[in-house]
Design a protein around this ligand. Structure first.
Ligand code: DLL
Length: 433
């Protein structure tokens, strides 16, 4: 059985799809040039006029947009429409410098919902389903995205948000949830609790749509076994709308990128050169339909590989493999994007020096993160209380990142000094294969 939400688009012959992309790209470049002064400046500096972009073959001529540009243009500098046409923002966690605030018109939300609806239908969802969404709601895109998609499909939607496992399980049992949407680590957690409490027979789940963080094939098998479901991967990022930029079909062999909305490229992260299909490099997206926050050639920093090998599901949209890592030092911990520089900022703010190490691990299905930081000579001289200092850092990090970080204040010179680049992060999870 083939599961499509919009078969005419999802299985569009490649030539037709590329013609559609070209038409949309030309219009989008014009839109951005006319409405985003920042990008117009970039194009002018590169000597590129909107008329030079005649189709997708000219995409490589456009300048990239990088995370730093988002920081410099925060909050309104990349808006492509008057603020009065925007109806929503979504955002990532983090300080002003790292926070992404994305804007949406109503039409932008509709197309995002459509992308998420495609993901739900690809996972076997229909209007008969009960879609249990325990991604976070609020600024995070996970909850609102899958919620909107589920509405489009016409499924009964449970807007559970994250946390409160007892309540999740109660609703799951009482309302007969059939499709679970959350991070893979929370799915594994729920699976463990269901097994422990002997609830498996009472749960009607058949599929799960899991993403927002890297996860391995081993984890997929584990979740599928404990929950008795098929586990589908879904990928996305706030800058490019949220979840649903790509998703897995029943073949579970890579995520189809919604190419009628987002044009992907793979580049060499060091040189910016576009790499041929099949090579691993940094994923770059150009939004060709979104109007409020229309990023062109946005560098995601996710490393992965694309393939156009035909998929037996019949979809013609290109597939991306699970991301293989990042070309920057961002980590996803407990579903939250974390940069070492954010942690460093909190430490320096509280009087520490940059002698610290971050250790990330996974205990069962839960991420753990510990920051070890050395006392400064001044703190030693003042006979400072390590516990008190640690508590201050825990509070600072909670407020910066929104997650609980364990903090250990250690004696000076305890952390091994490196002779080259300092090893700030030790990630023992091996999430990228
Ligand atoms: O995590 C959007 C999302 C919500 C995707 C729900 C899927 C499900 P951000 O918080 O902006 O947005 O984080 C985006 O998370 O650049 C990747 O590094 C990582 N990421 C997202 N999905 C996956 C995935 C959401 N399926 C960043 N596999 C991205 C691996 C993922 N990494």
């Amino acid at each position: 059985m083939k599961n499509y939400f919009q078969p005419e688009i999802e299985t569009m012959p490649l030539e037709q799809l590329q013609a559609l992309q070209s038409e949309r790209l030309v219009a989008q470049v014009k839109h951005v040039y006319e409405n985003v002064a920042f990008y117009r400046g970039k194009m002018d500096a590169a000597g590129i006029k909107p008329e030079d972009i005649k189709g997708i073959e000219d995409l490589h001529k456009l300048p990239f947009i990088e995370k730093d540009d988002l920081r410099d243009q925060y909050p309104y500098g990349l808006l492509g429409v008057p603020l009065s046409e925007c109806v929503r923002i979504q955002s990532t966690s983090g300080t002003t410098g790292r926070r992404v605030v994305a804007f949406y018109t109503q039409a932008d939300i509709d197309l995002w919902d459509e992308c998420c609806a495609r993901a739900i239908v690809a996972a076997g969802g229909t209007k008969e389903d009960v879609v249990h969404v325990c991604y976070g709601y609020g600024l995070f895109t996970g909850g609102p995205g899958l919620n909107g998609g589920s509405h489009k499909v016409g499924s009964l939607t449970l807007p559970m948000s994250s946390g409160n496992t007892d309540r999740q399980l109660q609703f799951m049992e009482d309302l007969g949830s059939t499709i679970l949407c959350c991070t893979p680590s929370y799915a594994a957690n729920l699976g463990e609790t269901i097994t422990k409490r002997g609830l498996k027979d009472k749960i009607k789940l058949k599929a799960g749509i899991f993403g927002a963080e890297p996860w391995t094939e081993e984890m997929r098998h584990d979740i599928e076994k404990t929950l008795g479901i098929k586990a589908y991967d879904i990928y996305g990022l706030t800058e490019i709308s949220g979840p649903g930029v790509s998703f897995e079909c029943e073949e579970q062999a890579g995520m189809h990128i919604q190419e009628d909305h987002f044009i992907p490229e793979i580049i060499n992260p060091k040189t910016g050169e576009v790499l041929p299909e099949g090579e691993v490099g940094e994923l770059v997206f150009t939004c060709i339909t979104k109007k409020a926050f229309p990023l062109l050639r946005y560098r995601t920093r996710d490393l992965c590989r694309l393939t156009r090998k035909p998929c037996s599901c019949g979809r013609t949209h290109i597939r991306m493999e699970k991301p293989k890592g990042r070309s920057d030092d961002m980590m996803v911990v407990k579903g939250v994007n974390v940069w070492p520089s954010q942690i460093e900022a909190v430490l320096l703010n509280q009087g520490f020096q940059a002698n610290y190490q971050i250790v990330v691990d996974r205990l069962g299905n839960n991420d753990t993160i510990e920051v070890q930081v050395e006392l400064t000579p001044d703190m030693v001289a003042a006979n400072a209380d390590k516990e008190k200092l640690a508590a201050g850092v825990v509070a600072g990090l909670k407020s910066m990142l929104g997650i609980k970080v364990d903090v250990k204040v250690v004696d000076p010179m305890t952390i091994v000094r490196s002779e080259g680049k300092a090893v700030r992060v030790v990630d023992k999870r091996n999430l990228y294969s």
